[in-house]
Design a binder for this molecule. Structure first.
Ligand SMILES: Nc1ncnc2c1ncn2[C@@H]1O[C@H](COP(=O)(O)OP(=O)(O)OP(=O)(O)O)[C@@H](O)[C@H]1O
Ligand SMILES: [Mg+2]
Length: 226
């Protein structure tokens, strides 16, 4: 079995409210990030600077995730970082609650679109989406209802009653994703007015392949950001 793990860094632009001095510099050619203090250069599989658009991330990461899934394998993306660093923006895009839409679409909408363009006509697609909040599981495809998680005798994880929705078109898949996302628990932190307070897991199954997106809650100590 081919198993590849890649680690990349995406630096977002500074907001007006933030200090103008940057804490690091990004070298996309060398695939490195240099911290100012301590002065240290770290190398990654890929790095993206603050001018890098959503399309760039998709081309670097989304294409291979989709190919992997269409080849019948499992592919997983984890977004990790402190609150306000751009995890949800990268995974989903900007969610506009009032209009129930996503602007600046991120990896999930773009990967769904590509999956539907590339998959064979007969391959079925299904979606599940849940969040983990305070050690409990909530089914976002089922209006955020609590669901039970157990391990079977072999240690495999079983979700009791987690909805898996069949979708036939990418627009339909996107609508379900946005509707599910609307049930996610968010609140305002010092660094992010729409901070995700839960881990959100989106599972897309295409034939035998599975594509998983994990948008983690902020990695910082809660008392430092709330
Ligand atoms: N690359 C980027 N370009 C432009 N805006 C960005 C970028 N990354 C993030 N943002 C903006 O920064 C803000 C915070 O981003 P986001 O909500 O994705 O952070 P997060 O890492 O998910 O934080 P939390 O852990 O609190 O959920 C949002 O308003 C988002 O639109
Ligand atoms: Mg978030």
């Amino acid at each position: 079995m081919n198993q590849i793990i890649e680690v990349g860094v995406r630096v977002r632009p500074c907001f007006k409210t933030e200090v103008a001095e940057r804490c690091c510099s990004v070298d996309e050619e060398k695939e490195s990030v240099t911290m100012n203090s301590p002065n240290e250069e770290c190398f990654f599989d890929f790095v993206k600077n603050e001018t890098s658009p959503q399309k760039d991330m998709f081309q670097r990461v989304g294409n291979s995730l989709v190919s992997c899934c269409l080849n019948g394998s499992n592919a997983t993306l984890f977004a990790y970082g402190q609150t306000g660093s751009g995890k949800t923006y990268t995974v989903f895009g900007n969610y506009v609650a009032k209009e129930r839409k996503i602007t600046q679409p991120g990896l999930v909408p773009r990967c769904l679109e590509l999956l539907f363009q590339k998959k064979t006509k007969t391959a079925s697609v299904s979606l599940s989406m849940f969040e983990i909040y305070n050690d409990s599981f909530y089914d976002l495809m089922n209006e955020g209802k609590k669901c039970e998680v157990k391990a079977d005798i072999s240690g495999a994880v079983i979700f009791n009653g987690l909805l898996e929705i069949s979708v036939r078109q990418w627009e339909e898949a996107l609508t379900h994703t946005i509707n599910g996302y609307a049930f996610r628990k968010t609140s305002s932190t010092k660094m992010n007015s729409q901070s995700s307070r839960s881990h959100c897991i989106t599972i897309i199954r295409v034939g035998k392949g599975t594509l998983v997106f994990v948008d983690l809650a902020g990695s910082e100590r809660i008392e430092r950001s709330v």
